[in-house]
Ligand binder design. Sequence first.
Ligand code: DCP
Ligand code: MG
Length: 465
Amino acid sequence: MRTAPTILHLDMDAFFASAEQASKPSLRGKAVIVGGLGPRGVVATASYEARVFGVHSAMPMAQARRLAPNAACLVPRFAFYRSISEQVMGLLRSLSPLVEPLSLDEAFVDLEAGGAAGDADSARLVGEGLRADILAVTGLTGSVGLAACKMLAKIASEQAKPDGLVLIEPGTERSLLEPMPVRTLPGVGPATGDHLRRAGIHTVGEIAEAGEGELVRLLGKAHGQALHAMALAHDERPVVAEREAKSVSVEDTYDVDIHDRLRVGLEVRRLADRCVRRLRASGLSGRTIVLKVRRYDFSTLTRSETLRGPTDDPAVVREAAARLLESVDTTGGVRLLGVGVTGLADYTQEDLFAQAAGARAESLAEEPAEEPDEEQAAPAERRWPSGHDVRHAEHGHGWVQGSGVGRVTVRFETPLSEPGRVRTFRVDDPDLEPADPLPLVRRRQNGAEGAEGAACAVGGVDPAL
Ligand code: DCP
Ligand code: MG
């Protein structure tokens, strides 16, 4: 392992929600939830002000609304988040040729490879400079972790949140990791975590103490050895530039075999949605849908279906996975289910489709209403999704605050204006039309974005809320 903390991990703070707050002055310092607003929608993310109430990613939207009844609930705008992500990734690439994006808002950077930093002091300076540049260019805050390996850089950025920087001095890694819960280590999900807990292993220090032999006995050779090495802070994984993801997949192992066919169907549906969220978070779409089923006797089957073109539409992936399930015999019980998408394409290809299909393609976490009647009852919500930009011939630029029963409520404000006024229109008002998002920071006269615009940025958590 290298001796200087020159691996940088960046993770933007409450990314989708911060982008919405930067775009909508009236929401700064307020609880904001971004996600699917349909009856079965889930939370993509929440502003730190909303997290105080216990709202978090992947929570059902209905539950989030109960916890934070005054929060603004907005439908995600992926094209907008992606354009901010491109600015951020551009700044990272100016530091080093070795940039490994993990999702729209997260990446590793090898500062040594870029010659940007060689020791702790220079790494810290680069990290702080990067945070300032990100704020100036995008108007948003990101947190930075610096360490001698990837695992610790990621742990450091988590500790730095929100709006901070943490550098782990080489030599202090083991003592830092020791008291942390096993779930801190990459590759330890709920199933592995439970397994370790049943063996009396709760902390990273206890993994190290248990020894490699015991870990291999508990988790198998590959997983056991890898985890034991991580617990000793041995992580030699290099930062890989432009890594081509070959597939995106999610799976769940069940403590008790599932026998009920209906329940198997529901689990597959849930996994399909999770898979699509991950796909979208990586800015990708894919052509081949894969279903994995491990049966009670450990026999494992995979079935796949290739579509005509790449998709990231939850309904399409869900339906393909359900069709694949029809051909699998699950009598006897199921131990593990997985849904994956391969044949990946750049997400941007989908933009044309997203624009054509309007709100439908944008509603990531939103599952369509079960009842066709309900679908028909909500045309206003689909035509004017909450949070999306609009333009009114007389009142100018604004965003949809809500819609229903033939009316749409718009708040007229822009990223650089004061908080604006609200007006209500008929949904078919000819003066009202959908609009593109406006830039979040003011551009300098020479065309470059500058620190001046940062004054319009979203700050950190408002202690008053
Ligand atoms: N995301 C999502 N569904 C999830 C998790 C995340 O759609 N289950 C999206 C919304 C997030 C973005 O990906 O804004 C980045 O995910 P992060 O896990 O980095 O979460 P945030 O950036 O929102 O918050 P944090 O400050 O904790 O990083
Ligand atoms: Mg983030």
